[in-house]
Ligand binder design. Structure first.
Ligand SMILES: *[C@@H]1O[C@H](CO)[C@@H](O)[C@H](O)[C@H]1NC(C)=O
Ligand SMILES: *[C@@H]1O[C@H](CO)[C@@H](O)[C@H](O)[C@H]1NC(C)=O
Ligand SMILES: *[C@@H]1O[C@H](CO)[C@@H](O)[C@H](O)[C@H]1NC(C)=O
Ligand SMILES: *[C@@H]1O[C@H](CO)[C@@H](O)[C@H](O)[C@H]1NC(C)=O
Length: 329
C-alpha cells in the first residue's frame, strides 16, 4: 500500500537548485502552526497555535498579536504555553488546526480539533461554533478547510477514525484506512452534507479559482483527488495527481495554481521525513519541486503557501513561520 521510497529519489530532488533568494524565520509565541491565512487586505499570516491562540502577524515591530480563540473557556493563565493536543488541556484551551478566510465577507473559518467548524468576524474575538462533531451529520476528526471563492460554501475534511485507534505514524501510514470523508457546510442554509466517503486520511483541501472543483489530499494514498462541483463532470471524482510522498494542506495561488507539501517518508530503520513542496497547475501537472531540507532538515511540513512573491512554509513541529523570499518561479 505505502511505497517504500529509495534514497536516490531524495538525492535527485536534493540536487535541485533553490528557487529563492533568501530564507527568514518569523518567531511564533509557541509552536503548532499547521496552516496560514491572509485577509483580503493581504495582512497576516494568521495562524493557530498548540496552546489554542489564533494569532495575527503585525509586522517586524509588533510580531504576532492575539486575534481570536476557539473556546469561550480559554484563560491566558491556564492555557498560554500549554499543549492543546493533550486532551486534558485542549477542550478548555482550544486547538485551531485549519483556517481560511472568506474574502468576500472577511470572515475567518476555523477548524478546531475539539470543537469542529467555527467562524469569527474581521475583528476577531471568540469564534462561533457552526458544526460540532456529534450534531447533524456527525464527524470524528475534522482537519482541513476550503472555501469556495464563488459561492462561499465551506468544505472540510474528516480524517476518519484511524487516529482513535493509534497515534503511531508508521501504523497510520501502513493502515490502508479509508474512513475519511469530505463534508460541506452551506452558510446560507446552515446545512451540512457529506460530499465524499472512503477517503484515505484526507488532510488537505482547496477549491479551484473558478469554483469548478474541490481538491482533496489523501495523506496515506500519496495523491490528490478532484471532485467536480459544476460543469459537465459535476458530482464525479477523478485522480488529480499522484505524488512522490505524503501530502498535507493544499493552497491556491492568486493565478489559480496550487502548492502542496510533499513529505517523502521512509519507514526503515525508523520513520524519517524529507520535506518538499510541489507547485501544480489546474490540469494536475507538476510545475515546480522545491526542496526544504536545507532549512527544515527532516521536519515534516504541513503547508506551503505562495503570497506576494514569497513562499510561506508551515510545520506543526516548528516555533517559526518559514518565509522563502524572492520566488523565481
Ligand atoms: C466551559 O465552561 C462551562 C461553564 O462553566 C462548562 O459548562 C463547560 O463544561 C466548559 N467546557 C469545557 C470544554 O471546558
Ligand atoms: C510504531 O509502530 C511500528 C510498527 O508497528 C513499530 O515498529 C514502532 O516501534 C512503533 N513506534 C512506537 C513509538 O511505538
Ligand atoms: C449533483 O448532485 C447534487 C446534489 O445531489 C444535485 O442537486 C445536482 O443536480 C447534481 N448535478 C448533476 C449534474 O448531476
Ligand atoms: C536543522 O539543523 C540545523 C543544524 O543542526 C539547526 O540549526 C536548525 O535549527 C534545524 N532546523 C530545524 C527546522 O529543525
Amino acid at each position: 500500500m505505502v511505497p517504500i521510497f529509495l534514497l536516490f529519489l531524495c538525492l535527485s530532488y536534493a540536487a535541485e537548485a533553490h528557487l529563492f533568494h533568501s530564507f527568514e524565520k518569523i518567531q511564533l509565541p509557541t509552536p503548532g502552526s499547521e496552516a496560514y491565512a491572509f485577509d483580503s487586505k493581504n495582512r497576516g499570516p494568521y495562524t493557530g497555535l498548540n496552546d489554542g491562540r489564533i494569532v495575527k502577524y503585525e509586522g517586524p515591530e509588533f510580531g504576532f498579536v492575539e486575534f481570536a480563540s476557539t473556546s469561550p473557556n480559554r484563560t491566558k493563565e491556564f492555557c498560554d504555553g500549554k499543549d492543546g493536543n493533550d486532551p486534558s488541556n485542549g477542550p478548555k484551551c482550544g486547538r485551531p488546526i485549519g483556517l481560511e478566510f472568506n474574502h468576500k465577507t472577511n470572515e475567518l473559518y476555523i477548524i478546531d480539533a475539539y470543537r469542529g467548524l467555527m467562524v469569527v468576524g474581521r475583528s476577531g474575538g471568540i469564534a462561533t461554533r457552526l458544526a460540532g462533531g456529534r450534531d447533524g451529520v456527525p464527524f470524528d476528526a475534522p482537519d482541513a478547510i476550503a472555501i469556495d471563492p464563488i459561492t462561499g460554501a465551506v468544505y472540510f475534511t474528516d480524517v476518519g477514525n484511524i487516529f482513535f485507534k493509534t497515534n503511531n505514524m508508521t501504523e497510520i501510514l501502513l493502515s490502508g484506512d479509508t474512513s475519511g470523508r469530505l463534508l460541506k457546510y452551506n452558510p446560507k442554509t446552515k446545512q451540512r452534507t457529506v460530499v465524499l466517503t472512503g477517503l484515505a486520511v484526507p488532510n488537505g483541501a482547496v477549491v479551484s479559482k473558478d469554483g469548478s472543483f474541490v481538491l482533496v489530499a489523501e495523506y496515506i494514498a500519496c495523491r490528490i483527488i478532484r471532485f467536480w462541483i459544476k460543469g459537465p463532470k459535476a458530482n464525479t471524482t477523478d485522480i488529480f495527481v499522484n505524488l512522490p510522498g505524503n501530502p498535507d494542506n493544499i493552497k491556491r495561488t492568486r493565478s489559480g495554481d496550487f502548492w502542496v507539501p510533499v513529505n517523502i517518508q521512509k519507514l526503515q530503520p525508523k520513520l524519517t521525513s524529507f520535506p518538499l513542496g510541489q507547485k501544480i497547475n489546474e490540469h494536475g501537472q507538476i510545475l515546480e519541486t522545491v526542496n526544504f531540507y536545507a532549512e527544515y532538515n527532516s521536519t515534516y511540513v504541513t503547508e506551503v503557501q505562495e503570497h506576494r512573491g514569497s513562499l510561506y512554509v508551515a510545520s506543526v513541529y516548528t516555533d517559526f513561520v518559514g518565509v522563502y523570499r524572492g520566488l523565481k518561479c
